[in-house]
Design a binder for this molecule. Sequence first.
Ligand SMILES: O=c1[nH]c(=O)c2[nH]c(=O)[nH]c2[nH]1
Length: 313
Amino acid sequence: MSDEANGNGGNSGDGGNGIVLGPNRYGKAEVRLVRVTRDTARHEVDDLNVTSQLRGDFRAAHLEGDNAHVVATDTQKNTIFAFARDGVGAPEEFLQRLADHFTGEFDWVTGGRWLAERFAWERIASDGEEHDHAFVRSGQEVRTAAVVVDGGVRHVLGGLQDLTVMKTTDSGFEGFPRDRYTTLQETADRILATSVAVRWRFAAGSRPDYDALYGRVRAHLLASFAEGYSPALQATLYDMGRAVLETEAELDEIRFSMPNRHHFAVDLAPFGLDNPNEVFFAVDRPYGLIEASVMRAGVEPAPAAWEGVAGFC
Ligand SMILES: O=c1[nH]c(=O)c2[nH]c(=O)[nH]c2[nH]1
């Protein structure tokens, strides 16, 4: 394509017409990868949604139509499948293999972003026997991972989303300010329900057993949600984050995004009935949206790790 045709006014696009190329990245999004390990009769399934995006020197592609540096998105997709041939393992490990490959193989690729969602499958059990090769999707919970490489700096995020939890008592909301628009009644006994979306950031250089850590973090989150009295979802969020950071030394930060799925006790008085917190109206929208980061004191914030990770403040 000529410079005239691509709108660059006959120069390299670095200011001749006052227009310059800003930050860019590209790749293949949402490669649905299912890998069956079948070396014994008891099969294992890895089911992932993987995104690969490269950063680096792609000026010529944008400004001159020269694709010499453009590792095709199709190649990136094929690499994901090819790497899965050797096994997938923890998504954090799989993404780092991809990051190492693309930044190591192509001089001009200086970084990028690799994301994964992993869907969990359980063996179908009948008569107490777990099936060798029949599975059922477990719940709605999705494990997430992200690796961001920026020059020599590497950030690894683990996480989960759609972990739906509810407690039917031991939750209240009181002491909030009242103004002329406030109608909400204070309560010391309500339902607290949310769908946990959380991402945790590994300390620089740490390389733990990601699968084992995932199981422990999930257990900490569930236990601290369940335990004790919740004065607000904000306080519960902080307790959940603290429980994770207190026990997992490999983690520097954990971020939450949690909808407050309101359940309002229905007024049954018009029908001559009482309602001792037994009948609720589950409202799907609007919902409260409670988001926060819980960090280890003294660690450096890492804004680059979170750039482009949607849905977290
Ligand atoms: O846990 C809560 N936090 C809030 O900020 C809030 N606001 C609200 O109306 N209900 C609740 N509940």
